[in-house]
Each structure stands twice: as C-alpha cells, then as structure tokens.
Design a protein around this ligand. Structure first.
Ligand SMILES: O=c1ccn([C@H]2C[C@H](O)[C@@H](COP(=O)(O)OP(=O)(O)OP(=O)(O)O)O2)c(=O)[nH]1
Length: 186
C-alpha cells in the first residue's frame, strides 16, 4: 500500500477540558485522514422547530493558544438534507474564552429537526489570526472600482456583444447584465 504523505503543517496543541455535561461524549475528532474540520457532538437533546435557533451545548471548553482562533462551521450534510446551519458561521472562539463552546444552530427548513445527545452537529477548524492596527487618514487612494460594490460588476460573464450594447445605455441605468439580472429577479 502506498504510504500516506504527512500533513505539511504541524498541528497546534489546544488544551481542552471536558465539562460535567460532556461526560461520556467523544471530544472533537477528525472523521478522516484529510478532514479539515474536527466534528463536534451535541451534549443535549432537543427539537429545533422551523425558523428556530439554539446555542447547543457541546460539553467542552478550550484554551486556544494566543495568535489563533477556532472557527465553528456547519456540516454540509445537515445543511443540504435538513436546512440546519450555524447561524453565525463561521462562529469565532476567541483565544481568551474559557466558557463552554456552543454551536448556534438554526433550522431553515419547514420541518422540526431532532438533535440527540452525541449527534455530530458542526465542525471546528483552528486558524491563525492576523491582527491589524488602523492608521486614520483624510482620504484614500483612488482605484478603478472606487466605491462600486455589492454586485456592481453584475452576474453574467460579460460578452463583447453585451459590452457593445452597454455603450447605448445611459450611465444612470446600469450595465446590460445588471439589468437582465434585475429582470430575472423581478
Ligand atoms: O459559535 C460560537 C461563537 C462564539 N462562542 C463563544 C466563544 C467566543 O469567544 C465568545 C464570544 O463570541 P463572539 O466574539 O462571536 O461574540 P460577541 O457577540 O462579540 O460577544 P462578546 O461580547 O462576548 O465577545 O462566545 C461560541 O461558543 N460559539
């Protein structure tokens, strides 16, 4: 059998504490050799009604090393099959937080969703944190984009034909692809 290539990044060590409500539950763990996230299980049993949200207990707390965070992310299977997601995705666990990790689940489906103690409800991924300091200025440098954003470049790939047609549209109306998109959404 071919040997597995080692993961190129050295794992960081995170102190983890099992809380009284986490007795007997597995700690977060990778489900496969190449999994990016460690699966997290629920430490409580509940029904999440349609449209409802709940901070689900996990039964553990962590001391993340300075310079890192841990992100809490949804599981795609729960999202696709049941409309269950982490409302604040990615959730942020700060390095100075010592409380119980909670998973803020929301039910975006029309059906009740049953969560049983021990069910895998989310996954966590450690990440380095780049901090910044602000340098306040009177004005910012100019760019082609300027203040355009929030879909200003449209949706379609923008063919040469469309660009030619765009030339006939007054500036205050918007690009052809943007107009088509608006029509589609109306
Ligand atoms: O999905 C999450 C998100 C956050 N937390 C915990 C750990 C995190 O360190 C703390 C604060 O989270 P965040 O900074 O996102 O919340 P906030 O609303 O800004 O609260 P705070 O004022 O306590 O920072 O809550 C969780 O357990 N799960």
């Amino acid at each position: 059998m071919p040997s597995k290539p080692a993961h190129p990044l050295k794992p960081i060590e995170i102190a983890i504490q099992r809380l009284p409500n986490g007795g007997g539950l597995p700690l977060p763990a990778y489900a496969s050799d190449g999994a990016a996230g460690m699966d997290v299980v629920a430490a409580e049993t509940l029904t999440l009604r349609p449209g409802a949200r709940h901070a689900v207990a996990t039964g553990f707390a962590m001391a993340i090393p300075p310079g890192y965070e841990v992100q809490v992310r949804p599981r795609s299977g729960l999202a696709l099959k049941h409309g269950i997601t982490c409302l604040n995705t990615p959730g942020t666990i700060d390095s100075d937080y010592r409380g119980e990790v909670k998973v803020i689940l929301a039910n975006l489906s029309d059906d009740n969703f049953e969560i049983k103690r021990g069910d895998r409800i989310a996954q966590i991924v450690p990440a380095p944190v780049q901090r910044a300091s602000f340098a306040e200025v009177e004005s910012l440098d100019e760019t082609v984009r300027g203040a355009g954003g929030f879909g200003s470049t449209g949706v379609a790939s923008g063919s040469a034909e469309e660009e030619a047609e765009d030339d006939n549209i007054p500036d205050n109306v918007g690009s052809l692809s943007a107009i088509k998109t608006r029509r589609q959404n109306d």
